[in-house]
Design a binder for this molecule. Structure first.
Ligand SMILES: NC(=O)CC[C@H](N)C(=O)O
Length: 326
């Protein structure tokens, strides 16, 4: 796949977004820091050079640069959407008894639960995401998986498929997640068959997307839950505030505070190297670059979002008028 800016992009959108995206792409293409996620063996096989940035506005305009068609597994970004489905299945109050909404300041895969309540801290870290996945309704494993895939299809407008190699790779090595699930079983936070819950969690993490899909999914959240390309309602709009709040406070794990301070918009990263960011009522942003920092966030992805936020004036609390108007 081509690693340089695709000249066809000029057709897709217009300045100023495209000029900014092209600029960021050429600038950060030179940045080679970070490491591939190798605790899931299949993820260590990815080409570390891959890089793409995409913006989709709530009125359906698309601006993109780089390897936007390259498919990768969604990993932790799936946690956002599974949380939405659990909220639709059970309502806010019940979900809150099983998964909290407190940032942890710990790594995404920390084996910890809230001391008092025994709940996992929030749905964006592994413990909370496994608990969330255990809440997804269905009469058996196949129906639950199909519901998850249908849900992803509504958000992306594309067929949702699981990358079987990545799924089996994680299933055979995911002992840390198994330990987390057993801890939650011990405290009665999950009650279903653990292996079945973990299978669904690993499957949802192995759903294939490209950078464009991330931007469309983010734009759907920015657009009160309606996919701006297909017009389909992907989630009940009443849960958008729940989702965006936990993304804002917990979506970037133990970098969430600095992210909120510097970038100032709800976002979610995954060890695939994807970052999905939401500018409410305006746009969705997807960035993909697989080299990760120590917290498991894409090195280029963080840099691109920091600069994009500054240059387009995206920070939610920006009031000095800095950045481009749109
Ligand atoms: N941060 C991530 O993307 C983690 C997701 C991965 N499937 C895991 O559970 O470890």
């Amino acid at each position: 796949m081509a690693n340089k800016a695709n000249p066809e992009n000029v057709e897709i959108g217009s300045a100023p977004f495209l000029a900014v995206l092209n600029d960021l792409y050429s600038q950060y293409k030179l940045l080679k820091e970070g490491t591939l996620a190798n605790y899931i063996p299949e993820l260590a096989k990815v080409n570390p050079e891959l890089f793409s940035i995409c913006i989709v506005t709530v009125d359906g305009q698309r601006y993109e640069v780089g390897d936007n068609q390259h498919q990768f597994t969604i990993q932790s970004i799936s946690k956002v959407f599974a949380y939405g489905l659990a909220l639709e299945d059970h309502g806010r109050d019940y979900v809150l008894t099983k998964v909290g909404v407190e940032p942890t300041g710990d790594a995404f895969n920390a084996i910890i639960l809230d001391e008092q309540s025994k709940r996992p801290y929030n749905p964006m870290v592994n413990a909370g995401a496994i608990a969330t996945t255990s809440l997804i309704k269905g009469s058996g494993a196949t129906e639950r998986l199909n519901r998850v895939l249908d849900m992803f299809q509504k958000y992306t407008g594309q067929n949702a498929l699981v990358d079987i190699s990545v799924f089996t790779s994680e299933r055979s090595t995911g002992h840390r997640n198994r330990a987390i699930a057993h801890l939650m079983l011990n405290f009665g936070m999950i009650d279903q068959n653990i292996e079945e819950v973990l299978d669904l969690y690993f499957q949802q993490c192995a759903v294939m997307v490209n950078c464009q899909d991330l931007a469309v999914m983010a734009a759907t959240l920015a657009n009160r839950g309606m996919n701006p390309i297909t017009g389909e309602q992907a989630i009940d709009s009443r849960y958008i505030k729940d989702i965006l709040s936990v993304m804002y406070t917990c979506g970037m794990y133990n970098f969430a505070g600095e992210w909120a301070y510097k970038v100032g918009i709800p976002a979610k990263s995954g060890v695939c190297g994807g970052i999905m960011a939401v500018v409410p009522h305006k746009m969705g942003i997807g960035v993909f670059s697989p080299l990760l920092d120590v917290r498991g966030n894409s090195v280029r992805g963080v840099k691109v979002c920091e600069e994009l936020s500054q240059r387009l004036g995206l920070h939610l609390f920006e009031c000095s008028g800095e950045g481009l108007k749109f």
